[in-house]
Design a protein around this ligand. Sequence first.
Ligand code: EPZ
Length: 417
Amino acid sequence: MHKIVIKGGVPLKGEVRISGAKNAVLPLLFATLLSDGQSEICNVPALRDIDTAVALLNTLGATTERVGDCCQVNASAIQSIEAPYDLVRTMRASVLVLGPLLARCGHARVSLPGGCAIGARPIDQHLKGFEALGAKITLDHGYVEAHAERLRGAHIIFDMPTVGGTENLLMATALAEGESIIENAAREPEIVQLAEALISMGAKIEGAGTARIQIEGVSSLNPLKISVMPDRIEAGTFMIASAMTGGDILVRGAQQRDQEALLQKMAEAGVMIHPERDGLRVVGPEKLMPVDIRTSTFPGFPTDMQAQFMAMMAIADGTSRVSENVFENRFMHVCELQRLGADISIDGHSAQIHGVKQLLGAPVMATDLRASACLILAGLAADNTTEVSRIYHLDRGYERIEEKLAGLGACIERVLE
Ligand code: EPZ
């Protein structure tokens, strides 16, 4: 087991290149199952979740090869339609094989993902969509069994915008017979890239990025060749690192249009953000101002940036409120921040943060992916030394984060625990 050790107080300087977006790569990898040719996805980061997704593709019979920063996938021979529990429980996004397998093979058997640290995260909306397309869904000893001779287009209305549900149903309807409409669709940039990818494979899709998506099913799809968009959450994490350390960094690959809500809230906190040719320059202020946030689906404030923003508010000059409206249990970083001297109180879905002058370095424990990032950020701003353990959570979604931060001058290293 490893931990990350940080000596805080160093203002970050220089530039960092953002890696490909984890939450864009995962659906794109599973979209390769929709075609019987050789696909290639480039700008793929080296992350544990990507390794899990590739292992799942191999389990299903696809051949895969890592060539530089590209993943080549040949799904011409699918030998299994089962996504086993040990892979799905490692990475719940494995449920995204349901749509492609149903559409391509007419059958899928996928372990129910179960809950995770941040919430129950059911997939009822995914299953409701598949049933609307004519699939027969049964639950069998912890597995979802789905059968459909041929999926038929339908009018699907989600109870709430769901990223994974929208992605699963986009992939399923692309090969369904006739027209489908997805209402109350999620609008995240990663969904737009998935739709662009499917269109490049021959799918007929209109409206991705809006709450109403129209799909005209086709009989087959060509292989995929695409380069993945930069990771807007990694970009936001580095932007907050600069803001919290009084730094001045260029975040190469950060795209204004993908994170307007975050940028507006950072500007309100006094952070100076300057668009540059291929990224955003972020300058931390002498004093951070308190700002209230409420997470919501895109284009609202992203839940995946809530913990990181809270770390910044922990050292703001005043009181702020954070309301987590997407997941039911996404405040586990709070008690770890309190170990670092943060003054935070929780009341149901909202937290009140009284900024302190200085966080105090201490050993803390990561509980989930974004909580890990929040603790790294707090350690960068704290005095003395902060040790973050259980960083396997971090490695699921951040590529070489300690090397990138060290490249910006941070005093940080990964050591054996
Ligand atoms: C995706 O998860 C992301 N993961 C999450 O990022 C992100 O936090 C989330 O979207 C919200 O933006 C990937 O893209 C791999 P949802 P997903 O379905 O698809 C409820 C990270 O840190 N819901 O949009 O699982 C659900 O419980 C991860 O990178 C149902 O009730 O999220 C949640 O409260 C964490 N029934 C809300 O909707 C369903 O059938 C949003 O979930 C589906 C969802």
